[in-house]
Design a protein around this ligand. Sequence first.
Ligand code: GLC
Length: 423
Amino acid sequence: MAAIRVSAPAEAVDAAALWTAGEAVLRGNWREGTRGDGVPFAYTCPAPPRYRHMWHWDSCFHAIAWRLTDAARARAELRTVLRSGRSDGFLPHTVFWDAPAGWRRAPLYATRGVFGDRCTETIGPPLLAFAWELVADASPGDPGFRGEALGELATHMAWLEHHRDPDGDGLLSIVVPDESGLDDSPKYEPAFGRLTHDRVGYALLVERGRRARWDSHALIARHDHHVEDVWLNVAFALSLHAMARLSGDASWTLRATRVEQALLDRCLDERTGLFFDLAGRHERPVRISTWSALSPLALPALPERVRRRLVEQHLLDQRRYGAPVGIPSVSMEEPSFNPGWDRFRTWRGPSWVNTAWLLVPAMRELGYEQAADRVVSSLATAALRDGFREYYQPLTGQGLAARGFGWSTLLLEMVGGPPGIRH
Ligand code: GLC
């Protein structure tokens, strides 16, 4: 892996206390066993009782956090993610390993039927190969891990290209908003209208998917509710680059470059310097500034000029993303920005730890050390006070929503200094 440097000297933060609390969250959320059909599983649930299943991108981040303290668990979690899919390369967004979806929520999961399914038929941000490499790097005691899943990972990448890029332009599409993980982000309102994740119309979107047996080509051809999503494609490019390094096969780099070039050619808005999603069959740019519009910063191969502009004109701007705590999920300048708890609507303003973990290394690499330190220490201070929460109020640091939230333990890496790693 091209070195990622997320940590900084954290004098002001009690890193040891944070480590103790973070490890307790990971251990407390760990689940392992064997499903009824004999398939073993081992994963971290994001935050019981609210999030008690396995989510694709959560598990990738959990494994990245686990690798700092217990790499065997990190490997077990990624192997479980791999086992959650189908032999054709499909990997689900949510998997119900040990607990079926609750009767009230089951109809709203994007599953094949209404009750009784083992997983959703939708995808999550495809971070598995990216996480695999990081965990392999932390696994000197299990050298076979690096290469053991290359075939399945390659099939997964091919599934995504085949099923989710019907127009062949290099950008994957999502057919329900939460496939990007950014469930209720205001950026989905222009494309999904009354069918967004937070409205009753979402049930219709799920029902329509069921009727089409989740055939994404058919859904994309028949309806206008789909988006070429910037963040999802950034995740895909990160994984394609990881595939190149894991396999030593340079053709993966070409595939990653194709995605990056498509982001530059089709999503980059020259006027603002932001990257906008393309909505529907006419690929209308969605001019709403959310952290996703900044996420290409996590791609080191993008031109430095483009990346610096994202930092200087957006990330550091105190009217936009330069908040007192973390990196807000929506620009503070947007009319939809809401810094607080918003019933169960997510990604509408608060700061999340995973996005900071993704963007801080780029800030450091480009020399914005002080700003990066500020993002890290503000989140660490909030976590020490309010615990590892789902997200934080960007103006006050108040911890919000779920408690004991798995991927918020990525903060451990950001404050540095693991006490002792078990490989
Ligand atoms: C929330 C988040 C989503 C995450 C899920 C499980 O729905 O919006 O990104 O994957 O919780 O933690």
